[in-house]
Design a binder for this molecule. Sequence first.
Ligand SMILES: NC(=O)c1ccc[n+]([C@@H]2O[C@H](COP(=O)([O-])OP(=O)(O)OC[C@H]3O[C@@H](n4cnc5c(N)ncnc54)[C@H](O)[C@@H]3O)[C@@H](O)[C@H]2O)c1
Length: 244
Amino acid sequence: MQCDLPVVIVTGAANNIGLACARRFAATHQVVMVDLVDASAEAAALPHAHAMRADVSDFAACVHLVEEAQKYGRLEALVHCAAITKPACTILEMPVAEWEQVIRVNLTGAFFLAKACIPAMQQHGGSMVLFTSRAAKTGFAALGANAEKTKAHYCASKAGVISLVKSLALELAGNNIRVNSVAPGPVSGTMIPKEQIPAIAARVPLKRVGTPEDMAESAWFLCSPAANFITGHVLDVNGGTLMD
Ligand SMILES: NC(=O)c1ccc[n+]([C@@H]2O[C@H](COP(=O)([O-])OP(=O)(O)OC[C@H]3O[C@@H](n4cnc5c(N)ncnc54)[C@H](O)[C@@H]3O)[C@@H](O)[C@H]2O)c1
C-alpha cells in the first residue's frame, strides 16, 4: 500500500532497544527494521513496517539496505542500535579476533551505515541517531570480585561512535543532516543478565534500570522537529548515574 510517511531505518530492530525504537517511530514513519535475525513477525504487528535482514558490518549490505529503504519513500532518519558485546575479561585474556569483531560491528558498522545514508539524505536533509553507551565515557568493570575484568573492546567501540557522531555532525550540517547519539546507562534486556538488575538498579539515583522505551523516546525526540537545532550531541539517558 502506498504511503506518504517518511522512512526511518532502525537497525538492531529485532530486539530490545531497536524494537522499541521501531515501535515508537511507527507512529510517525514507515519503519525499515534491519537486523541479522528475522524481524518480520515484529514488523507485521506495526503499520507501514518492513523487515530486512542485513549485516551492518558489511558495507555492500548497508548500501543495499538504503537502496531498498528508499523504494518506500524519502529516507528521513537512521536510528542505529545494532551492536554486540562480549563477556568482560582482562586485556591479556582478550582474543585479538574478539577485539576486531566488536570494533568491526559496533564502530565500523556505524561508519558504514552513516556513509550509506548520506547520499539519500543530502538533497532534503535528515537525522541520524547512533547509539553509544555510558560505558564509552566511564569504562565498564565487572561486578564484585571480577572488577579487573572490563569490556575494553565494547567501550572503545562506543567511544569511537561518539567521535564519529561529532565528525558527521560537522560535515553534514550544511546539508541539514543532524547527527546525534543516545548514551544509555544500564537497560533491561539481553545485554544485562536478569539476576544482576536489582544490584545495578540500587546504584542508580532514579532507583531503576532504563527501559527500551526510555531509549526509544530519546531517539525519537532527537529525530523530531523539537530537536531541530541539536546536532553533535550525546544525550545521557541513565537515571542520573553519570552527569556529564
Ligand atoms: N542494553 C543496555 O544495557 C545498553 C546499555 C548501553 C548501550 N546500549 C546500546 O544500545 C543499543 C541497543 O542495545 P540492546 O540492549 O537493544 O541490544 P540487543 O543485544 O538486545 O540487540 C542488538 C540487536 O542488534 C542485532 N545485531 C547484532 N549484530 C548485528 C549486525 N552485525 N548486523 C545487524 N544486526 C546486528 C542483534 O541481532 C540484536 O537484535 C546497542 O548499540 C547497545 O550498545 C545498550
